[in-house]
Design a protein around this ligand. Sequence first.
Ligand code: ADP
Ligand code: MG
Length: 636
Amino acid sequence: MSQAEKQALGFQTEVKQLLHLMVHALYSNREIFLRELISNASDACDKLRFEAIAKPALLEEDPDLKVKISYDEQANSLTLEDNGIGMSRDDVIANLGTIARSGTAEFLQQLTGDQKKDSGLIGQFGVGFYSAFIVADEVTVETRKAGLTAEEGVRWTSKGDGEFTVETINKPGRGTKITLTLKDDAKEYANGYRLRNIIQKYSDHIGLPIQLQKDVEVEGDEAEAADQATAVEWETINKANALWTRSKNEIKDEEYQEFYKHVAHDFEDPLAWSHNKVEGKQEYTSLLYIPKRAPFDLYQREVPRGLKLYVQRVFILDNAEQFLPLYLRFIKGVVDSSDLPLNISREILQQNPQIDSMKSALTKRVLSLLDKMTDDQDKYYEFWKEFGQVLKEGPGEDFANRERIAGLLRFSSTEQSEQRVSLADYVSRMKEGQDKIYYLIGESLAQVKSSPHLEVFRKKGIEVLLLTDRIDEWLMSHLNEFDGKALVDVARGDLDLGSLDTEEDKKAQEEATETKKDLLERIKKSLEERVSEVRVSTRLTDSPAVLVIGAGDLGLQMRKILEASGQQVPDSKPILEINPNHPLVERLEAEAQEANFTDLASLLCDQAALAAGESLEDPGQFVQRLNRLLLELAGK
Ligand code: ADP
Ligand code: MG
């Protein structure tokens, strides 16, 4: 097939779905299509400027990069033209026919057709180029990649209904020209006054001129109009200074917000940002944003992420992941260095002491920004709900900032069900004589709240943090203390309540251990396979028994994580602690028949395992034992 032939191709299924849903979901905010197209044109110019560092010839005779926007009220059309990097035929088919982001299909399934809900979701996804179809019946893209000849231009057209066509055309100028044939109800976008307003709103932060066609008499005749194109006067609408290069006190919040949408490909405003210029040994400017919402692929490890890197205002790299640790991967923004070489590559970034020191400074910036955000607890909670899980990766990844990150963590506790308790809050509520921070890890809030482990704490009125996220056990294994106070898992090892334990408590336990010696031995023997030790508990007031994890053993969460990743989990048996004063334990002690004794002891152990959120190895046997007991109680 000759390349010049017109080829009709189908959109990838995901694109079709997106096109269909988007037009509906974004209807009330249609003007954003212009932001997306300007953003793309600006990216294209950035890319060309970068490539031209090594190959200046790419700029041809046309070195002044810009975006020109014109319209035709009579034809009800709108055109955006940039002289950026452009696209080859293959680029066009890939970029304007598919969505390359993995997980897109799953994401689209979440869209419901409910405009309000969907617009939020689509916002975090970013619809980009395809948003043109919110206002256009037909979109034509004419483009030529920098470095290719005029004969290698491409025309792409689509009505947004499932298909597009591509054909090879002659295009003398490099770059991309997009023409929208507007829908009848979108005529307002072929109007100079309206366009000027939107462009101003969406492009003041863009670092290259965005020009609008000045109102001139447009003749009806098409040929003449084309002739006139050269005579058209252009007016630069935006400030055309990259936002971060301007001084802070000149920049309005709205401008910061718009710039965020451009760099982050997000539709929503950011939650917070921090803009800083560093001078001295190293010189760079950073503008870092915290998004409002976590992207759907935040936990997909292979997804590229990171800051946009500029060197002396020249765009160098997208997703430069070397400037922030992984646990801050949700941060969006730019870093512009004055002293890195322009020809820096991803590889060089990897082993560069200068980058390391920038990384450490930028990390501190983000942590300070978050710290400042905690002043407004509701706002911080909004952040925490979206990104708290990721921040919890911090202490394990970033040893140096462990204490600072710890200060930013939020937990549920026996005092507060929402994850709003900071370690500092906890410390401020500690009991007289309490010198440790207690926590309990489990599967769900409901499960931990009724855990036997909390009984003694409830009795003594001591707060316990309740940790139910998958990552919590791992997190706590990296956080040994906060504010000089040890963090203690109440379900693990010997429970040392320090001076919170009264003399009577201690004495009672010693006595019970002595008087129940035989019973403990007997239980140990009958449960040998399942527990490493049987002892008298200081933890219980109401329950008959509880399982305790050995001091150095893996907890349930870690075991599950390891098992799920196919790793060998070391064998470890828990400790069974019994409540010597509980009637069931007394009943057990009185049982002379060995078979019955084993039944009862096993039941105690099973219920303790269930209360800890474990699944039983032999649930059928548990049920049989329970039923025997119930029947016995019923006198049958
Ligand atoms: P994104 O900008 O998030 O990558 P878009 O849907 O906005 O997604 O654009 C898809 C791709 O199409 C871009 O990544 C780019 O490769 C290409 N593209 C879009 N517009 C232009 C343009 N004006 N010049 C060159 N390439 C473009
Ligand atoms: Mg885009």
